[in-house]
Design a protein. Structure first.
Lengths: 190, 253, 190
């Protein structure tokens, strides 16, 4: 078997065995030939394009996952996860697009107090986590999304968030100029 | 307002006053950029007062919003020269429109996120990953200095024991050879091997080494042609004498 | 995409995503065409033959497994830094200076019994190994240091062990035969 074919097999097996996205650093190191990795991954992607299982980049790593168009045929296999409440979906979106963001800022954007358990739910799903604190009075916790969030929603990185460029262009990702209805001052971005 | 009855029933479906304003704005069926904040404020206030008439409980933040909208309305309708540090009615309206746009954007983003193929829901990772076996390999941190230091320490500690080793009280073949060396020229006649034992009573172990080493030394002397051995019967006494000069050429195995 | 290709994709994705080997009854039912299953599985097997991942029958069902010949390449060695006990360092030093040396001799030099596992640890670290046996009663194993030992301590050869000459001159490296109860002599190097 040629060296390239063997490289293909090894990377294929590594990604298959891992069961979660593998970074290119790890793959390159295990391949013993980091320079060849890009080409190997490209060939593997092609090999699996159009198949029932595809090679994709998720959350900064490479992984195999079933083809999206088979969702309906496969879904019976799994329990349909509990439908997320509107509050949870919106809160997740605010964290995803405005991270890092404090609880107060989430409430400000949504114009309503965060219900008990909404953050807990997202935390439990492994989609958000606190990371650091805002350097402002009260030093509130900052919330960010996780790698699990990226993987779950089929994103390689936050730059792939749907519509993120348009929102930024429209100035809708700036928290600063938000004048609050009740006239309070919003905290400064860190 | 035709929608108010329906809105009353739906109040609990709103995610707060901004969300409700946004819903009312959508009722205007126009681009958010073009909505009339004034009309929106009117709708909201009408809705809240309708609920009040019905003596329905209204959450505090809805009331706060109602009060603020009433203020905004007055600022918009009765323009007065604003004080320096206060935003104008238009600025306030613009800020509210921006909030509505932001919430709208986030609601849309949430829907778009949720409509993506989701892992574990629409697309699946490998169900039975073997995993990559991780074999822990211990790496010990020891320097040459540690090694030498440990050795020195150990030797210091064990030093006393090393120095008190008893000398072995054994008679070696070398000892026997040296003894024969001195006597060999002076044994023309057969002499019993045991007669070369000069030592007495230094222990059974020593006596046994004496016998074995003397015999081995005598065999060695015979091999190199410097002595002759004689034994007349099995287990009988063994005799030794110097080899005759003429017999020097003889080879014995 | 042809019906057969779609069947292939579906079965591929089903087996891939399943948390256990899938029986042919289940697969046939999910495929909606049990009669075609045999042929689909045969084609899939062929498709994956010689690849880094193979389709195999396991426990009465079908599942993907990484190719057996890649097992070694898939294992990851993780380095775990550890401290070596004083006893182990000292034992290593004794072996280094006195090799080849028996366990009894090590104990004699150190004046203390060797703890359980001390030699095992040095053996596992790849620094010592047994080489031959002392030609004396019980034929005890002789221990020597390895190339790995030299490499770890940056030595070209044992003669580079600092101080070895001085120590020998001081008579500290001569293992004098001890008079033992049975009077045995310590044997010569093998």
């Amino acid at each position: 078997m040629s060296g390239r074919a063997q490289q293909l097999r090894l990377v294929e097996a590594l990604i298959f065995a891992a069961g979660e996205p593998l970074g290119e650093d790890v793959l390159g190191e295990r391949l013993g030939d980091p320079a060849a990795l890009g080409e190997v991954l490209r060939e593997l992607c092609e090999l699996y394009a159009g198949r029932g299982v595809n090679l994709v980049r998720l959350a900064g790593g490479w992984t195999f996952r079933t083809a999206p168009d088979l969702a309906t045929a496969l879904r019976v296999e799994r329990q349909v996860p509990r439908k997320l409440s509107r509050a949870a979906v919106e809160t997740l979106a605010v964290i995803a697009y405005h991270q890092p963001v404090t609880r107060a800022e989430i409430e400000e954007i949504r114009g309503v107090a965060l219900g008990k358990g909404t953050l807990d739910l997202l935390l439990e799903a492994g989609w958000v986590r606190p990371r650091g604190r805002r350097d402002s009075p009260g030093r509130p916790l900052l919330w960010v999304t996780t790698e699990g969030f990226l993987a779950h929603f089929g994103l390689d990185s936050l730059t792939e968030l749907p519509g993120v460029d348009e929102l930024r262009a429209a100035g809708l990702l700036e928290l600063q100029p938000l004048a609050r209805a009740a006239g309070e001052e919003s905290g400064s971005e860190g | 307002m035709s929608e108010s009855a329906e809105l009353v029933l739906d109040l609990d479906g709103y995610e707060g006053p901004i969300d409700m304003l946004l819903s009312l704005a959508r009722e205007q069926k126009v681009d958010l950029a073009k909505i009339s904040i004034l009309a929106l404020a009117d709708q909201y206030l009408a809705f809240i007062s309708a609920r009040r008439r019905l003596r329905l409980e209204i959450a505090a933040d809805y009331l706060v919003m109602a009060a603020w909208l009433a203020y905004l309305k007055s600022r918009l309708l009765l323009p007065e020269p604003p004080r320096d540090d206060e935003p104008s009615g238009e600025e306030l309206a613009e800020a509210l429109a921006q909030r509505l746009k932001l919430l709208e954007a986030m609601q849309q983003a949430g829907l778009r996120l949720m409509s993506r193929p989701r892992l574990g829901h629409d697309v699946f990772l490998r169900g039975l990953p073997e995993g990559v076996a991780v074999v822990p390999r211990p790496v010990y941190e020891v320097s040459l200095y540690d090694l030498l230091h440990a050795y020195g320490e150990g030797r210091r500690r064990a030093g006393a024991q090393i120095l008190t080793i008893e000398p072995p009280s054994l008679f070696s073949m070398d000892d026997a050879l040296k003894r024969f060396e001195r006597l060999l020229g002076h044994i023309p006649e057969w002499r019993e091997l045991t007669s070369f034992f000069l030592e007495e009573g230094t222990g059974e172990l020593f006596r046994r080494s004496l016998l074995a080493s003397t015999l081995a030394a005598s065999l060695e002397l015979v091999r190199i042609g410097r002595a002759e051995l004689r034994q007349e019967r099995t287990f009988g006494p063994i005799y030794l004498r110097s080899a005759l000069p003429a017999a020097g050429e003889r080879e014995e195995g």
